[in-house]
Design a protein around this ligand. Structure first.
Ligand code: ADP
Length: 472
C-alpha cells in the first residue's frame, strides 16, 4: 500500500493541514493500492506564499543558472524513468509501451526548454523602444490524470526557463507518479519555494489557486468544463490563463491515400493512450464510396488489437483509468446505438473473458452523422466514429463542424495536397500521414479546445510579460 501523506512546500516534504484521504485504485484489478492525503485551502495558501517569497531572487537568476537547473531536473527525472513507467501502469492502466515513452517524454521537456532558453533574447529593440521580457510571476500548473507526469514536466520546464516560481496541482488520481516527480525535483536542488506541489480536490485547492491574488498565471490542462470554470474564476484578478482542453479531432482519409496503411494508423491515432488522449483522432472521415473497404480494414485493425494487462508488452489497450471513465464510455456507446449509428466493432460491456477491471471494448461506429452526440462530444475512450464525405470540400466542412479544434490528421499519397488541406482545417496542430510530435513546435487549440500555446518559444513567452521601455 502506498500512502502519500506529504505535500512539497518550500523545498521540503511536509504533512498537509488537510486530512481527507482519497483512495488510489488500480484500474486493472480494481484494488485499492494506497491513499493520498489531500491538501486544503490553508495548505494551498502556504504553497502560494512559498512561491511568492522565492520569486524575487529566482526571477533574477541568470540564463546559465536556469539552464543548469533544467539539466539537473532532466537527469533526476530520467533516473526515475522505470519507477514512473511502473506507476503509470499501476495507477493509470497505461500500456507498457506507451508508459515507457511517457517517462522519456517527461524528462526530455527539461532539455527542450533549456534549448529554447539558450538562444532566447530577453531584451530586444522594437522601433525606438527596448522590449524587456520579464517573468510573469507565481505560476500555477494544473494537470490531468491522463498525462500527469508529462504535463507537470513540460509546464514546469517552461516556467523555470522563464524565471517563474510555481505551485503545481496535479490530478489527485495520479498521486504515485506525482510523488516520484516530486522526489526528482527535490533531488535537482532548486532554490526552496521555486517548486511547490500539492495534491487536492479541484474544487478546494483549485478554487484557491485560481482566485488567490498572489497568483499571476495559470497553465491548465484538462477537460473543457473545468477549464471554463478556472478561466471564470481567474478573471477577477486578471491572471494570465492558458488552457489545453479537449478535442474531437478528425482524421481525413483523402481519396488517394493508401487505405491499407492509413486505416490501421487512424485506429492507433484514435485509440492511443486507451483513447484517453485529448489529441485522439476520434472521427474518421472517409470518401463515401470507400465506406465498405474502410469498415473491413477497421474491423481487421480492431481484431489485431490486444486488450489486457497494461504490464504485458503485447497489450495495446489497457483499462479505462477509473470507474467514472468506464461508465462514461459505456454511456456514449449506448447513445451511439440509440441515435442510429451502426456498430461495426466492439460495443457495450467488458470484453469477453474480463470480469473485473475497467476494461472496455475497442469500438467502431459507421454511418455516423456529424451531428450525433458521439461525433460532437469528447468520449475519452476507445470509440471511433466513421463519417463519410462526398468530396474534399465536404470533408473540410465536416472536419471544421465542431466546437473543438485541437488536432487534425490527414492521410494522402500527395503530401503537398495534404498540406493544402491542412491549411483549411480549424485545428492547432495537423499531422500528415501519421502521428508526430515536435516538442519545439507550438501546441494548443482553436475554438473550445483551449487558449494559448505550449512548448518552445510560444511556451516560454506564455510565462513572460513584455515591458516596453522608451527614452525621450
Ligand atoms: P481530467 O478528468 O481529465 O483530469 P479535469 O478537468 O476534471 O480533467 O481535471 C484536470 C485538473 O483540474 C485536475 O488536477 C483537477 O483536480 C483540477 N480541477 C478540477 N476542478 C477544478 C477547479 N474548479 N479549479 C481548479 N482545478 C480544478
Amino acid at each position: 500500500m502506498r500512502n502519500i501523506d506529504h505535500i512539497y512546500i518550500d523545498g521540503a516534504f511536509v504533512k498537509p493541514h488537510g486530512t481527507e484521504r482519497f483512495p488510489l485504485v488500480n484500474p486493472t484489478t480494481e484494488e485499492v493500492i494506497g491513499h493520498v492525503v489531500l491538501a486544503d485551502k490553508e495548505d494551498t495558501q502556504r504553497a502560494i506564499a512559498a512561491a511568492k517569497a522565492a520569486l524575487p531572487a529566482f526571477s533574477r537568476t541568470s540564463k546559465a543558472q536556469r539552464i543548469g537547473m533544467l539539466e539537473r531536473l532532466h537527469a533526476a527525472v530520467i533516473a526515475r524513468a522505470e519507477a514512473l513507467r511502473d506507476a503509470t501502469i499501476e495507477e493509470y492502466g497505461g500500456p507498457v509501451s506507451r508508459a515507457s515513452w511517457v517517462s522519456q517524454y517527461a524528462a526530455q521537456a527539461f532539455l527542450d526548454a533549456a534549448r529554447t532558453l539558450e538562444t532566447y533574447e530577453f531584451e530586444r529593440r522594437v522601433g525606438s523602444a527596448i522590449v524587456v521580457m520579464e517573468p510573469v510571476g507565481v505560476s500555477v500548473l494544473i494537470t490531468p490524470w491522463n498525462s500527469n507526469a508529462g504535463s507537470i514536466c513540460s509546464k514546469l520546464a517552461m516556467a523555470i526557463a522563464a524565471g517563474c516560481t510555481t505551485v503545481i496541482k496535479p490530478s489527485e488520481m495520479s498521486a504515485i507518479q506525482t510523488r516520484i516527480v516530486a522526489e526528482a525535483f527535490h533531488e535537482a536542488d532548486l532554490p526552496a519555494g521555486v517548486v511547490n506541489i500539492i495534491n487536492g480536490r479541484g474544487d478546494v485547492v483549485g478554487t484557491e489557486l485560481s482566485t488567490n491574488p498572489d497568483v499571476a498565471r495559470i497553465s491548465f490542462t484538462g477537460s473543457t468544463g473545468t477549464g471554463k470554470i478556472i478561466a471564470r474564476q481567474a478573471l477577477d484578478t486578471m491572471k494570465r490563463v492558458s488552457l489545453a482542453l479537449g478535442g474531437k479531432s478528425p482524421t481525413i482519409l483523402l481519396e488517394d491515400a493508401d487505405f491499407e496503411k492509413a486505416v490501421p494508423a487512424a485506429l492507433n491515432i484514435a485509440f492511443q493512450n486507451n483513447g484517453q488522449a485529448c489529441i485522439a483522432g476520434s472521427r474518421l472521415l472517409v470518401p463515401h464510396r470507400r465506406l465498405a473497404q474502410v469498415v473491413e480494414l477497421a474491423q481487421a485493425a480492431v481484431a489485431a488489437m490486444k486488450v489486457g494487462d497494461p504490464a504485458d508488452p503485447a497489450t495495446t489497450i489497457g483499462p479505462m483509468a477509473n470507474r467514472n471513465q468506464f461508465d462514461r464510455v459505456q454511456a456514449y456507446i449506448r447513445r451511439g446505438l440509440e441515435q442510429g449509428a451502426t456498430l461495426v466493432a466492439g460495443g457495450e460491456g467488458r470484453p469477453r473473458g474480463f470480469d473485473r477491471g475497467f476494461f472496455v471494448k475497442p469500438t467502431v461506429f459507421a454511418n455516423v452523422g456529424n451531428d450525433m452526440t458521439i461525433a460532437q462530444e469528447e468520449i475519452f475512450g476507445p470509440v471511433l466514429s466513421i463519417i463519410t464525405y462526398r468530396d474534399e470540400d465536404d470533408a473540410v466542412a465536416i472536419a471544421n463542424d465542431s466546437a473543438f479544434g485541437l488536432h487534425a490528421y490527414v492521410f494522402s499519397a500527395d503530401t503537398r495536397h495534404a498540406q493544402a488541406v491542412a491549411r483549411r482545417l480549424e485545428a492547432g496542430r495537423v499531422a500528415i500521414n501519421g502521428m508526430q510530435h515536435d516538442p519545439l513546435a507550438p501546441f494548443g487549440g482553436y475554438k473550445q479546445s483551449g487558449v494559448g500555446r505550449e512548448f518552445g518559444l510560444f511556451g516560454l513567452e506564455s510565462f513572460l510579460e513584455a515591458k516596453t521601455v522608451m527614452t525621450a
